[in-house]
Design a protein around this ligand. Structure first.
Ligand code: SF4
Length: 320
């Protein structure tokens, strides 16, 4: 990427859910970042950190509680009905569990064509040709089009999920843990396919994962989320080689290294304490009860995400 053009601008985005009458779950809490055209923007964090809610709110699948998501100079949360319809064609979502997201009563061909049927008017022949073309693009053959989801393997079903997203010729895809439900042997194939499609079609991805070691291989930049907020954001190599936030450092120290010499020399940082509940979080840093470097002010003042090196952002009082 030479000239960086912003495709999605997320500004102070929050998504809170009411739990009962008095409690609030802050799934996403005041998050800001840009996604550049043509990049893969990785979002990583433990289960419950808000990454899926963030991806869905960025796509308008959830209403934002606060903040804005600017796409082509307009906040997607203030789109008219027609604008929402157009945006659904430009921006797609690939689900974690391909089986749960495919209607078991529909053939694979009809599943792939769902978006096409909504957005394009095509002759029956063009529709069939396009389904066959998309099956080929994702490495399936046209016989698969007549089958039902239960007749396919997990990897094949995820390929159908990808073909369904591509059918409307999107520019931006939120990939929500697209390989975590697949066998390890199939994961690399699906990652390679996503990379290849990105190159060939000029796509932009927001790639959500709990697995930092995997996100590294696919992402240009990575945002590390903890309890609904971005703890650190930088280029993928920078996150791996020069992480600054104590939480990111702990996540990286837990990644197994295949080389036993390097593996022995690296110390694993063990995090004490449990991930706190995102319901009515106390003031101060969200990571304070597990942080080995916590200071008194960390209990009182919430750190804000700030640029501490060019294009390297961190939310931690150690860098104030
Ligand atoms: Fe740790 Fe304090 Fe930094 Fe939070 S702000 S990560 S508690 S040092």
């Amino acid at each position: 990427m030479h000239e960086k053009e912003i495709l999605v601008k997320v500004e102070h985005l929050s998504k809170h859910f009411k739990v009962g009458r008095k409690l609030t779950l802050k799934a996403v809490d005041n998050v800001s970042f840009n996604i550049y055209k043509g990049e893969t923007f990785g979002v990583v964090g433990e289960s419950g950190c808000g990454k899926t809610t963030c991806g869905r709110t960025v796509l308008g699948m959830y209403e934002a509680t606060k903040g804005r998501v600017i796409y082509e100079d307009k906040d997607i949360h203030s789109f008219s009905k027609n604008e929402k319809f157009d945006f659904k064609k430009k921006a797609q979502y690939i689900f974690q569990d391909p089986y749960a997201s495919l209607d078991p009563r529909m053939t694979i061909g009809d599943i792939i064509a769902e978006g096409m049927d909504t957005h394009f008017s095509m002759s029956e022949k063009d529709r069939t040709d396009r389904i066959n073309e998309l099956l080929g693009v994702v490495g399936l053959n046209k016989e698969h089009g007549a089958r039902f989801p239960h007749e396919l393997s997990g990897g094949q079903r995820q390929r159908v999920g990808i073909a369904r997203s591509l059918a409307v010729e999107p520019e931006f895809i939120v990939c929500d843990e697209p390989i975590s439900a697949l066998d390890v042997s199939i994961q690399a194939q699906v990652v390679n396919l996503l990379n290849q499609l990105k190159r060939e079609m000029g796509l932009t991805y927001m790639f959500i994962s709990h697995d930092l070691s995997m996100v590294k291989h696919i992402s240009d930049r990575i945002a590390v989320m903890y309890l609904g907020a971005v703890a650190e954001l930088a280029k993928a190599e920078e996150i791996y080689e020069n992480s600054l936030h104590p939480y990111t450092q702990a996540l990286i120290s837990a990644i197994p290294i295949p080389d036993p010499h390097v593996g022995r020399s690296r110390q694993r940082i063990r995090l004490e304490g449990e991930v706190p509940s995102p319901i009515n979080t106390p003031p101060g840093c969200k990571f304070v009860n597990r942080c080995p470097k916590a200071m008194p002010k960390c209990h009182e003042i919430e750190p804000v995400l700030q640029e501490v090196k060019p294009e390297h952002y961190v939310a931690c009082h150690l860098f104030d």
